[in-house]
Unconditional design. Structure first.
Length: 275
């Protein structure tokens, strides 16, 4: 299990100064950013692939394959979405979405042969009603099991979904195929414009969910993921305004210790083996 942090210039500066450490930087597939991040730490890609809207034909598979090789990214991630007209209580709509997900997951398996394909749960909140069906734990599990693929569990997304539906978050998470967990995402959440949003620094109430996840992995209730990523900070308009040096300096070491405490003190090099 390796610990990753979203790449940002502030995170990079802290790593270079020896104030924080991680195994990897998590990066989007942006060429300029990849060059800057790789100069400091090994990286892996978080791809912008969505399933459920019949848009895979727009992907440049050759380019993505080359980037996966160049970055030694261990798996291919995707996001399970739906279209607005599909309703969660409609059996026909549920079957239609599951069929579409399975079809597109099989395409990814074929195109990226040799790489595990992993699906991420997305957050359902009122401004994005199409995520209601897409966040359904039963459907997500069926798609993953039918295609023999893996899970990318985003704990913050699960918390947002549970908050919207007024259900217990742990019970929601436990309906997912946790024996197929390959990657785990952790962030802080807070109310923003009236809704619960993620990608913030950890608040006191956020640590309990992170500690719960770490314990489930430790005792073997969940498969040990290849990567645990702190999705705080980043670059660009969406993330730079909520990237604070103090938060990285305080919270990265605590999360690293929580999930990978036995690794602290090791030298992390660019020669880490692939999974």
């Amino acid at each position: 299990m390796r610990f990753a942090v979203n790449y940002s210039t502030k995170a990079g500066d802290l790593v270079k100064a020896g104030k924080i450490d991680c195994d990897l930087f998590k990066c989007p597939e942006w060429d300029g950013l990849l060059k800057a991040a790789t100069a400091i730490k090994p990286i892996y890609l978080h791809l912008d692939i969505t399933l459920g809207r019949d848009q895979l034909q727009k992907l440049d598979f050759d380019r993505l394959k080359q980037m996966l090789v160049e970055t030694a990214t261990p798996h291919v991630n995707c996001h399970l979405v739906a279209t607005p007209e599909l309703k969660i209580g409609n059996k026909t709509d549920r079957k239609k979405l599951l069929k579409q997900w399975v079809k597109e997951l099989e395409v990814l398996k074929r195109e990226f042969a040799g790489y595990p394909v992993i699906s991420e749960n997305l957050p359902f909140e009122p401004p994005i009603p199409e995520y209601h069906l897409a966040s359904d734990a039963e459907l997500i599990s069926k798609a993953i099991l039918e295609t023999d693929t893996g899970l990318l569990l985003d704990i913050s997304h699960a918390r947002i979904t549970a908050d919207t539906l007024r259900i217990n978050c742990q019970e929601y998470v436990e309906k997912l195929p946790l024996d197929r967990l390959h990657e785990l995402h952790i962030t802080g959440v807070r109310r923003y414009h009236g809704f619960l949003e993620d990608h913030f620094e950890m608040q006191p109430e956020d640590w309990s969910s992170a500690e719960w996840a770490a314990e489930q992995i430790r005792v073997g209730e969940w498969r040990e993921p290849e990567i645990v990523a702190f999705e705080y900070g980043g670059v660009g308009e969406r993330f730079s305004w909520r990237t604070e040096t103090w938060a990285l300096e305080e919270q990265v070491p605590r999360l690293f210790k929580l999930f990978c405490g036995n690794k602290l003190g090791r030298l992390h090099t660019h020669n880490n083996p692939r999974f």
